[in-house]
Ligand binder design. Sequence first.
Ligand SMILES: NC(=O)C1=CN([C@@H]2O[C@H](COP(=O)(O)OP(=O)(O)OC[C@H]3O[C@@H](n4cnc5c(N)ncnc54)[C@H](O)[C@@H]3O)[C@@H](O)[C@H]2O)C=CC1
Ligand SMILES: O=C(O)CCC(=O)C(=O)O
Length: 445
Amino acid sequence: MSVMESILEQVKKRNPGEVEFHQAVEEVLQSLEPVIAKHPEFVESGLLERFVEPERQIMFRVPWLDDNGKTQVNRGFRVQFNSAIGPYKGGLRFHPSVYLGIIKFLGFEQILKNSLTGLPIGGGKGGSDFNPKGKSDNEIMKFCQSFMTELYRHIGHDLDVPAGDIGVGAREIGYLFGQYKRVKNAYEGGVLTGKGLTYGGSLARKQATGFGVIYFTNEMLKEHGLSYEGKTVVISGSGNVAIYACEKAQSLGAKVVAMCDSTGYIYDKDGIKLDTVKRIKEVERKRISEYVKDHPEAEYHDGQKGIWTIKCDVALPCATQNDIDVKEAQQLIDNGVTALGEGANMPCTNEAVNLFLDNKILVAPAKAANAGGVATSALEMSQNSMRLSWTFEEVDEKLHGIMVNIFKAAKDAAKEYGMEGNYVAGANIAGFLKVADAMMAQGLV
Ligand SMILES: NC(=O)C1=CN([C@@H]2O[C@H](COP(=O)(O)OP(=O)(O)OC[C@H]3O[C@@H](n4cnc5c(N)ncnc54)[C@H](O)[C@@H]3O)[C@@H](O)[C@H]2O)C=CC1
Ligand SMILES: O=C(O)CCC(=O)C(=O)O
């Protein structure tokens, strides 16, 4: 049994049933085979065994009263995975599917993603199995207050800095920040990112992940003599990442023809009218099916997976994990897809990614392509420390520069390790080397 196989076996044994975490670890370990061959000291020092084991995992009860005065109990999580290069940093996800395995896979991916940004941030992730869908504002606030009443003792601007993810946007961050300030009796702006603009948030954070996906994929397309101009694009999701990926792709001349939510997808052959999607999702918080009321020429279809049967040049999964399996990947390939940009975290199964790569489809991996969000969170932390605010253009320019650098790092690492054009392996290797170097320097901790 190889070193990597035995580490993966150990991960499966130690974390039974946490299939998403196993999947994320397996994918990364595979890419690191050539790194280990070049760096036997990583094996000798047991670095990989430490790399796949979170530094700390916190699970807690979150009791709250619903609008009927009934007690509800959810479970809260924060996995502080790796602090070799900076304080733990990563979002909070509120979704009924959340359990320790999901948070652990997200925290693990966050280590490498945050390293790729070139900024001093370690990896962590948190969340709850709380379902915000259908809850009143009052219930969301009560839940957030109860969640923070426990979480506050585990976070801090030099310790662990949460932000948003699925189900956690500006509204939730506001309630979480308010409660943190109250229980700590201190205004510590840098303890959360994704804050509102009136209390320490950064311009362009809202747009950053989606814009970053397009900046990264655009670099990848350019490298292969292509561009977004005139390309047909399909985007899964209609949340924060999907909306701003759509906006930037459209501004580069692409035609985005489809988007979805967890119930179904819309197909507008003339191009999605993004203002309508923003109103439905950001203001009214309704279903994507509402779109066809404004645009009867468009189609709505129940079931979200059907979106991948639509012919496109570029596919951008921006919803959730394992959205694209082998079946959907094959449909995209048969329909002539050229490039895939992962906006969501781990939106493709490992088998689907390998199928794309075997068919010479360009793949922009999530850890690199969606790193613009956390990078801009780190820029928000910098502004909080300096007690000043940059303009939208300043932040956007820095974000663009970061995404260009990440592409170059992934490209160069892939080439150096004999896998030219494989940005999946390149991103894993480039992200890992920095963390591994810091872990070696810091000794057995
Ligand atoms: N918000 C951020 O800054 C970042 C988010 N991400 C990732 O991007 C993805 C989307 O996150 P956000 O846009 O922030 O969340 P969001 O809560 O704003 O939107 C989530 C979207 O995904 C859809 N969705 C959720 N579960 C689904 C399912 N089972 N099937 C189909 N669609 C589903 C929702 O309907 C919604 O359109 C997630 O994988 C998240 O981890 C990655 C980097 C940063
Ligand atoms: O902005 C952040 O700190 C985290 C964003 C996030 O959760 C992610 O990159 O997946």
